[in-house]
Design a protein around this ligand. Structure first.
Ligand SMILES: Cc1cc2nc3c(=O)[nH]c(=O)nc-3n(C[C@H](O)[C@H](O)[C@H](O)COP(=O)(O)OP(=O)(O)OC[C@H]3O[C@@H](n4cnc5c(N)ncnc54)[C@H](O)[C@@H]3O)c2cc1C
Length: 370
């Protein structure tokens, strides 16, 4: 999951701080006196650059007011009360926020009626540092106005650490909804989701909405859905109360949903949950096996031209039906996204396709990095 999906000031800061940690390929040759002058100029130049970036970097967030008694919106922050915060794994919390009735968006009158179509997220503002980060409500906003966030804390991460410290009764300000994945499901036949860690949250929101909510049949997705999810270990898998119902659904409707779980560290004393996990990371071989792709990796030139990519293994679940009717969405820590789909481009744009999916012959138009 890119820390920040668009060129906000925060993503600039993170990208900048990462660049600071990179070593130059070759050190310039200079005298000590000249190099100290260069360092001084570089230092003040850097400060001036950062100040300019702070002042001029475009972001809707800067200056967004805080308002109450109005529907949630990207244009302002809305204070919400934390009603629960429970540990659900190492460095992982399930945090519940309550949206009062007057702040619940009404899609029929909203400024963007599609904004709450899965997959969407909310920006949470860290009041201390005045920075915001997006988080994905696992089940949207439920009938009682609850928003559940599954949040991982990083040792040096700012906002998640701040959010983990919040207790029931505290207030956090949110901005959104913001649509994260533009998806035209009616044009698709197959949606494959590949997630790592809390990168599962956006896909849970989609699967919960499409498969578990009681909704009229014509609103249901006709796509076949496949989730490949990886966590470090079993304790860091998505909470069972969320994963469990989807597993049950997949067992009852294998043609609609398939779920494959992976863990870096195999469980030592067996698995205390009723589903199978595969030891190891999600790589090209794992994707090929789980999607039933042919062993020779690539789709043939014939399939590419005529759109008939039916895999050779007729006994496995077939993915390629028609070219362009598959979407593979990838969400997780940046190194994982890079290994599976290639690195993000500048300012967390999509970049070119690489990694395992390129190796398997997928095209950039079939892949989306959240
Ligand atoms: C659309 C979207 C939805 C998301 N949904 C969720 C969700 O549901 N749940 C969830 O947990 N996350 C989610 N995220 C990720 C979330 O927005 C944050 O990026 C994440 O919580 C980290 O933010 P932070 O402020 O805690 O860490 P940051 O301060 O942004 O740091 C992030 C990482 O960089 C490292 N780092 C920090 N400072 C430096 C530095 N100076 N140099 C090098 N490395 C550094 C940290 O150690 C950490 O590993 C989502 C992201 C997007 C884009």
């Amino acid at each position: 999951m890119s820390a920040h999906a668009r060129p906000t000031r925060t993503s600039f800061w993170l990208a900048y701080s990462r660049r600071l940690h990179q070593k130059p390929a070759a050190a310039p040759v200079s005298t000590p006196r000249r190099s100290s002058a260069v360092v001084t100029i570089g230092f003040f130049g850097g400060i001036a650059g950062l100040t300019a970036a702070y002042l001029f970097w475009p972001t809707t967030y800067r200056g967004a007011p805080t308002v109450t008694a109005r529907p949630l919106s990207l244009r302002h922050f809305t204070p919400l009360t934390v009603t629960a915060s429970e540990d659900v794994g190492p460095h992982l919390k399930l945090i519940t926020l309550h949206v009062p009735p007057e702040s619940r968006p009404d899609p029929t009158t909203s400024e963007d009626p599609l904004a709450m179509q899965p997959i969407w997220s909310l920006f949470v503002k860290d009041d201390d540092l005045q920075v915001e980060r997006p988080y994905t409500p696992l089940e949207g906003i439920d009938a009682e106005g609850n928003v559940k966030l599954w949040v991982k804390r990083y040792p040096r991460g700012e906002v998640a650490r701040w959010l983990h410290a919040k207790r029931p009764g505290d207030t956090v300000e949110v901005r959104g909804p913001q649509r994260t994945l533009p998806m035209h499901e009616r044009e698709l036949e197959e949606v494959v989701m590949i997630s790592g860690g809390t990168g599962y949250a956006p896909f849970h929101q989609l699967l919960h909405d499409r498969l578990l909510l009681d909704r009229p049949d014509d609103n249901r997705s006709n796509c076949r859905l496949t989730l490949l999810h990886g966590s470090k270990n079993v304790a860091e898998l998505p909470p069972p109360e969320y994963l469990g119902p989807l597993f049950d659904y997949a067992q009852k409707h294998p043609d609609e949903l398939a779920i494959h779980l992976f863990v870096d560290e195999p469980p030592a004393g067996g698995l205390d949950r009723p589903y199978n996990v595969t030891p190891g990371r999600i790589d090209a071989q794992a994707i090929r096996d789980r999607l039933g792709l042919p062993d020779n990796n690539k789709r043939s030139w014939w399939a590419r031209i005529w759109g008939n990519g039916t895999p050779a293994h007729s006994h496995t679940r077939q993915v390629f039906t028609h070219d362009g009717k598959i979407l593979i969405a990838v969400c997780g820590p940046e190194p994982m996204v890079a290994a599976i789909a290639g690195p993000y481009g500048r300012n967390y744009s999509q970049g070119s396709i690489g990694g395992a999916l390129a190796e398997l012959g997928f095209k950039a138009s079939e892949v989306y990095k959240l």
